[in-house]
Design a protein around this ligand. Structure first.
Ligand code: DWN
Length: 392
């Protein structure tokens, strides 16, 4: 049974940035649910993939140095540990991972044509398609079974998980490896990061819930890595049950036991989280209001999908946050979805008389702090809502 435990109010679609002139933006109700049987956390209204991921999708993994480095490191590890003849990436975005492999050694699948074009242009075979069983059949007929399938921040964006894993199982060699990487539910709850919930994040996985889905598809987690990326992610290494050669690492049992101890299998944990989220909202509004009463300038840094959730949930407008800056060309000179707050192209000059920076991209705090040494030197302050609203 799906039980709603958190209402994040009326929200627009994240990653659909309206022009300055567009004042009428559609919104939907964002509710978060816990499934008592599968233990999975999901949003209640699931949008069609075609509505969310199309030729205008603005998010590019290569926009951040941190992500580029993380993918480079991972590709080296994949080659050393598994030495695959062929790697297939589901949701290859702008090629931040696959371009680290040889052109004949990696295939991308990317439904957003603007992004698929970027890897095709670099000579990588890229299917500009949504991941499903029909595509898996087509790929198997053309390339045979695959040694290694990788997917970061994509599986949680696809509504039909049974089809996702059935298709992976069909295409992966019996001795092959599946690696998936997504925000960790444990970190999300611990950090009170309610902004991980928006229309694209249909699910937020825990090892507990992922293990249950995989079991249905005769697969299991054999190793887990904890990552700092995207506010705390888990990288799951998965094998088919048929593959008896590979041992289950202690890290898997450790993660499961930590999650059970924390109560990720219990509704009461999410009810507590929900009440913490409401507190966070009130604290953030009063903190920003207090700063604005002193006639200071506050600017949002990183017009992230996460910021869309926070700003809309807290009903923050351009009287409270003056504008946002972002390095992504597709987001610039647009409005932060659902709001009247403008997004401008990032430049140091634009920040020269800013007093406070609200960290929309709090997950890149270290990268941003390094970049903004001058802002810090001239006594500029950062504002965050993670783990609770405060001035840093
Ligand atoms: O799963 C998803 C994750 C991986 O990426 C997607 N559904 C959508 C997206 O979520 P997000 O928008 O919350 O992701 P990021 O990676 O936190 O976005 C960072 C944003 O901040 C980008 O628009 C780039 C911008 N940025 C910037 O302007 N200056 C980032 C850094 C580090 C900077 O210095």
């Amino acid at each position: 049974m799906n039980i709603k435990f958190l209402n994040l109010g009326k929200q627009p679609l994240a990653n659909q940035y309206p022009s300055f002139a567009n004042k009428r933006q559609k919104k939907y109700n964002l509710n978060i649910c816990f499934n008592t049987k599968t233990k999975i956390i999901s949003i209640s209204k699931k949008m069609k993939s075609e509505v969310m991921f199309n030729k205008k999708y603005p998010y590019r993994s290569s926009m951040s140095k941190t992500m580029k480095e993380s993918f480079k490191k991972l590709s080296k590890e994949i080659i050393k540990r598994f030495n695959p003849n062929l790697t297939l990436e589901i949701g290859s975005n702008d090629g931040a991972l696959i371009t680290n492999f040889g052109k004949k050694k990696a295939i991308g699948i990317e439904p957003c044509s603007n992004l698929a074009y970027m890897t095709k242009k670099k000579g990588f075979k890229t299917y500009n398609k949504y991941w499903n069983f029909d595509l898996a059949k087509k790929i198997r007929a053309r390339h045979g079974l695959i040694d290694l399938i990788y997917s970061a921040n994509t599986i949680t964006h696809i509504s039909n998980l049974n089809d996702v894993f059935k298709s992976i199982n069909y295409l992966l060699k019996n001795e092959g490896t599946l690696i998936i990487e997504d925000p960790s539910l444990l970190e999300c709850i611990k950090k009170n990061a309610y902004d991980q919930f928006y229309n694209e994040h249909i699910y937020i996985f825990s090892a507990i819930s992922l293990r249950k889905i995989l079991k249905k598809h005769n697969m299991q987690i054999f190793d887990i890595q904890t990552l700092d990326t995207h506010g705390g992610s888990l990288r799951y290494f998965i094998k088919k049950n048929k593959n008896k050669e590979v041992k289950i690492s202690d890290k898997v049992f450790k993660q499961l036991s930590t999650e059970f101890k924390f109560g990720l299998n219990k509704l009461s944990t999410y009810k507590k989280f929900s009440s913490n989220v409401k507190k966070s909202k009130n604290q953030l509004i009063s903190l920003i209001q207090k700063i604005k009463n002193q006639k200071k300038i506050i600017v949002g840094y990183g017009a992230t999908a996460k910021a869309v959730t926070v700003i809309n949930y807290c009903k923050i407008n351009n009287k409270l946050i003056d504008f946002f800056v972002d390095t992504t060309p597709e987001k610039q000179n647009k409005l932060l979805p659902g709001t009247d707050i403008k997004i401008y192209k990032y430049s140091k000059k634009l920040l020269s008389n800013v007093n406070y920076i609200f960290l929309g991209a709090w997950n890149f705090k270290d990268e941003i702090f390094k970049k903004e040494e001058n802002f810090i030197k001239r006594k500029g302050k950062f504002l965050t809502h993670i783990p609770k609203p405060k001035i840093i």
